[in-house]
Design a protein around this ligand. Structure first.
Ligand code: NCD
Length: 318
């Protein structure tokens, strides 16, 4: 049977951007766009996941990602169960694989996993029979964040946003968001650059297909989009910046630094934001320059699109 959106999406899991082809990505973005429209109309007629169970398994804190998967699953008719590590047996010493075996016995159709270790969702994908979605693993990948960011860009700049110059700024080293975004934006033909202090740029960034800058003035020149990242202090095992105050002075996005970018440049941030550390409230809250609220909206829509595509692939509808 042909899929409801006319493309043979074959993936069983959503673990990393590199697993997808360009047509896969275009299909997911088109589905996301469809759900963005539908969510505005508050239409209730899409129940593609009726009878399916989605388990949100979060070993790290999350507000946006967990809630948006929950809303996305419910809007599509799934039964959604949220398991956060604080309430689970993991706190009592159970291993990841024992947790997986236990969950698998409950037959979830879709397992959404966030974990502090890179590769944990991929490992679970080998052990469970349902589909696994990586909701962020360590400093490795956060594919649904990159997809929601691309959907936000497509919505704002139009389907043809491949020519944009995009700067990803700040704590690149500890960011799974940056790693997924660089791959996806490169695949879509964007001109991607990284800006940050040398201590927060990964040593292998010269192989990422990006230009690297260490000062905002040069790096932001000609940029259409500025993606700011949180300073991920919880992943730092030493001191990577002299002080938050000094970091803000050199890398925090305020009006003065925004003026280095192209006139009309738009600002993004995956959240949670550290106001006054990587971004000023003045910039973050200005609807004329900030796409941050749209990113949250796109998050629900793209996750509905991903759930839709994975669910039909599971049912052999492709
Ligand atoms: C990001 C994450 O968890 O990787 N947040 C998110 O998913 N919206 C970025 C971050 O924590 O800074």
């Amino acid at each position: 049977m042909a899929s409801s959106y006319g493309y043979p999406f074959q993936a069983q899991h959503c673990l990393a951007i590199s697993q997808f082809s360009r047509p896969d990505i275009d299909t997911l973005l088109a589905l996301g766009e469809h759900y963005l429209d539908l969510n505005v109309q508050k239409s209730q007629d899409q129940k593609i996941l009726t009878g399916k169970t989605l388990v949100n398994l979060f070993f790290e804190n999350s507000t946006r990602t967990q809630k948006s998967f929950e809303i996305a699953g419910r809007r599509l008719g799934a039964d959604v169960i949220n398991m956060s590590v604080a309430q689970s047996s993991v706190k009592k010493g159970e291993t990841l694989l024992d947790t997986a075996t236990t969950l698998n016995a409950m037959n979830p159709d879709i397992l959404v996993v966030r974990h502090g270790s890179s590769g944990a969702p991929a490992l679970l994908a080998q052990k469970v029979s349902g589909s696994v979605i990586n909701a962020g693993d360590g400093m490795h990948e956060h594919p649904t964040q990159a997809l929601l960011d691309a959907l936000t860009l497509r919505r704002h700049f139009g389907a043809d946003f491949g020519g944009l110059r995009i700067a990803i700024c700040g704590d690149i080293t500890h960011s799974r968001v940056a790693r997924s975004n660089v791959q996806l934006l490169n695949m879509l033909g964007c001109d991607v650059r990284l800006i940050g202090p040398p201590t927060l740029i990964p040593s292998d960034a010269d192989r990422w297909g990006v230009d690297v800058f260490h000062d905002m003035e040069t790096g932001l020149k000609g940029c259409d989009v500025i993606m700011m990242l949180r300073l991920q202090l919880e992943r730092m095992s030493g001191s990577f910046v002299p002080s938050k105050r000094e970091y803000y002075h050199f890398y925090g996005l305020d009006r003065a630094k925004l003026a280095f970018a192209k006139p009309g440049a738009m600002v993004m941030h995956p959240g949670p934001m550290n106001r006054g550390v990587e971004i000023s409230s003045d910039v973050a809250d200005d609807p004329d320059v900030s796409l941050i609220t749209q990113q949250v909206e796109s998050g629900v829509a793209i996750r509905m699109g991903i759930l839709h595509a994975l669910s039909e692939a599971q049912d052999g509808i492709s």
